[in-house]
Design a protein around this ligand. Structure first.
Ligand SMILES: CC(C)(COP(=O)(O)OP(=O)(O)OC[C@H]1O[C@@H](n2cnc3c(N)ncnc32)[C@H](O)[C@@H]1OP(=O)(O)O)[C@@H](O)C(=O)NCCC(=O)NCCS
Length: 154
């Protein structure tokens, strides 16, 4: 899990952080201890996509951010397997993990056009923008939000 995250996450953030900054942030976010803590957290749910031979192909982590709201913490598909429908299936698994959630929010790099196109296709819209400090740099994010598929937004 850690190896998949380090590789896929670094590809997305590579244009913003130097290799040493990428290593440092990834050590904090994707270290085995941090991931183990998340798997114990009952407010946080992960699903994985695995090949027939047991290779990890993708993962999604989603938490509850209110009585009826979910927050998508991460969605990553192994490079080389992207574009094959795994992202869609993992996103569906995130919705299934929180059946009471009426809406889901996420934050994505503002310039990650492909991911934003993917989320738009799945009902998300840009609800706002914010900036996150990472290694002293301002990282621009798009905040996206969707209603549960199949529900009419009120
Ligand atoms: C974004 C991501 C999770 C989508 O998963 P996926 O399995 O590639 O998506 P699907 O196969 O279900 O859907 C494909 C669609 O997603 C979009 N897409 C986004 N990133 C893509 C990529 N790197 N390769 C191919 N399609 C991608 C395209 O719109 C594509 O539609 P198209 O076939 O008409 O071009 C995945 O591409 C990924 O892990 N990207 C890198 C990490 C990332 O940006 N994660 C999101 C951070 S919040």
């Amino acid at each position: 899990m850690r190896r998949l995250l380090v590789r896929t996450w670094a590809a997305a953030f590579g244009g913003l952080l130097s290799p040493s900054e990428l290593r440092e942030v990834s050590r904090r976010w994707h270290g085995v201890a941090a991931l183990a803590e998340q798997t114990r957290d009952k407010g946080c749910c992960s699903a994985v996509a695995v090949s027939a031979s047991g290779r990890l192909l993708g993962l999604v982590t989603c938490g509850r951010s209110g009585a009826r709201a979910a927050f998508l913490n991460r969605l990553y598909v192994r490079p080389g397997r992207q574009g094959g429908g795994l992202g869609e299936r993992l996103l569906a698994a995130a919705w299934r993990a929180w059946p009471e959630a009426r809406s889901m929010r996420l934050e994505v790099l503002k310039d990650n056009d492909r991911a934003i196109a993917f989320y738009r296709r799945h009902g998300f819209r840009v609800a706002g923008r914010r900036s996150m400090r990472l290694e002293g740099k301002a990282v621009p994010l798009a905040v996206m939000e969707a209603s549960r598929p199949g529900r009419r937004s009120s």
